[in-house]
Design a protein around this ligand. Structure first.
Ligand code: MN
Length: 426
């Protein structure tokens, strides 16, 4: 990483989108306008399709960026990822003649982020959510089962996960209707059909699969990192009361399938490279197929959640945590996912699981922050919350900093709308 690298574009020192980041997204100038690929730089989006048209960003097998998803570019492989990053970084640098000195091209290719609409960056063929924060799994086990045996016996042996619903992955800014379903508020009575009364967020990241495997051929640990393109923030919206009633014996179903909301910019592993750190020590040592030789298998990424109630003029910060608390690495998650021969596809979304840290201010869900509704959380406007209410907006942010260099994710923001009204004859 060249610390002295600067851009001809003015970028605030606290911007997530420095010249060291260059995350990829899909944007359009109007809501229904033509979708194409861009990178975020400061407060701007750089239109990559315009650079391709000008002949300034020529990749093997391209063009790739005049497309409504990033899948074709990602699928084209790691050599193209590296060439694209280097070329874009050079074009945006202070001494760039091709773009920095070309006002006409800047007019065509640079847009204010505030003026464009962001879309899902990839077509997501499959979505899996893991459960890889030990603190989160321990908290949930303590709340719902047994404080003395909070972690189930399999948890430290493998990255536990479930297959989610790719069709309900949505991009930041999409409103979410409160789900309705079966709840069982009274142990000795039958369930009821009702709007969810315990709506929650889950603070997560997710990685985007960059290279597929063949069915029947697992991805080995030593190759797993090469199959990962980048990361996004993920709010895995969860209906706790639906979940509690439905999850035995097959795990989450309707409680998790109404909205999984992601940030629009994919931050590449290349951009996150300077912020590497290690996962917590794994004890017992994993079985050999999950054994990871490299020590720097995680990233130091600060994550936070803010709540903006309806009509409030300021947010309340609910928690601040860090990706480095994750017990299992992304490579271990991917290897375990494919160990039976399961095929993963380019664009597959792999959620980390709720990321909680060791102290109560680092818990990544309302379930934990308000400890199963027993400790209401106070908001800056005087209200309290045990779960999320209609009109609430939840905002998640994430960034990494080292030596004054900042690489961030921006945000994932979602607002809860009231439940639908159902008219059943029974
Ligand atoms: Mn989750």
């Amino acid at each position: 990483m060249d610390k002295n690298l600067t851009s001809f574009i003015d970028i605030a020192s606290d911007s997530d989108f420095s010249i060291h980041n260059l995350p990829y997204g899909i944007f359009s100038e109007t809501e229904d306008g033509k979708r194409r690929a861009g990178v975020a730089i400061g407060e701007h989006v750089l239109d990559l399709s315009a650079l391709e048209t000008e002949g300034l960003l020529t990749l093997e097998g391209g063009p790739y960026f005049d497309q409504p998803t990033l899948n074709p570019f990602i699928e084209s492989g790691r050599d193209n990822w590296a060439t694209a990053r280097k070329t874009i970084q050079t074009l945006l640098s202070t001494n760039s003649k091709d773009l920095g000195d070309n006002q006409n091209l800047q007019k065509q290719a640079l847009f204010k982020q505030a003026d464009v609409t962001m879309h899902l960056p990839v077509h997501v063929p499959g979505y899996t959510d893991f459960y890889s924060s030990k603190e989160h799994a321990t908290n949930v086990g303590t709340i719902f089962r047994d404080p003395n045996n909070a972690l189930l016996p399999n948890w430290k042996e493998m990255p536990v996960g479930y297959n989610g619903r790719a069709s309900t992955v949505i991009v930041s800014g999409t409103d979410v209707v409160r789900p309705s379903g079966q709840l069982k508020p009274h142990a000795d009575k039958r369930p009821i059909f009702s709007p969810c009364q315990r709506l929650d967020f889950e603070l997560e990241t997710a990685f985007i699969v960059g290279q597929p495997n063949k069915i029947g051929q697992p991805i080995a640990m030593e190759n797993a990192w090469d199959h990962i393109f980048g990361m996004v923030l993920l709010n895995d919206w969860s209906a706790r009361d639906i979940q509690k009633w439905e999850y035995v014996p097959l795990g989450p179903f309707n409680a998790k399938t109404f909205a999984s909301e992601i940030s629009p910019w994919i931050v590449t592993l290349d951009a996150l490279e300077p912020f590497k750190t290690s996962c917590p020590t794994q004890d017992p040592e994993p079985l050999s197929y999950l054994s990871e030789k490299k020590a720097d298998n995680s990233f130091d990424i600060t994550l936070s959640v803010e709540l903006l109630p309806k009509n409030a003029d300021s947010v309340t910060v609910l928690c601040e945590t860090n990706f480095k608390y994750m017990y299992w690495s992304m490579a271990q998650q991917l290897t375990h996912h494919t160990i039976t021969g399961c095929k993963v596809e380019v664009g597959d979304l792999m959620g980390s699981g709720t990321i909680s840290g060791p102290t109560p201010d680092t818990f990544g869900s309302m379930l934990e922050l308000a400890w199963n509704a027993t400790k209401p959380v106070e908001l800056s406007n005087g209200e309290t919350r045990t779960f999320i209410e209609d009109g609430d907006t939840v905002i998640m942010k994430g960034h990494a900093i080292k030596d004054d260099i900042r690489v961030g994710f921006g945000e994932v923001r979602g607002k809860i709308l009231p439940a639908l009204e159902f008219n059943f004859s029974d």
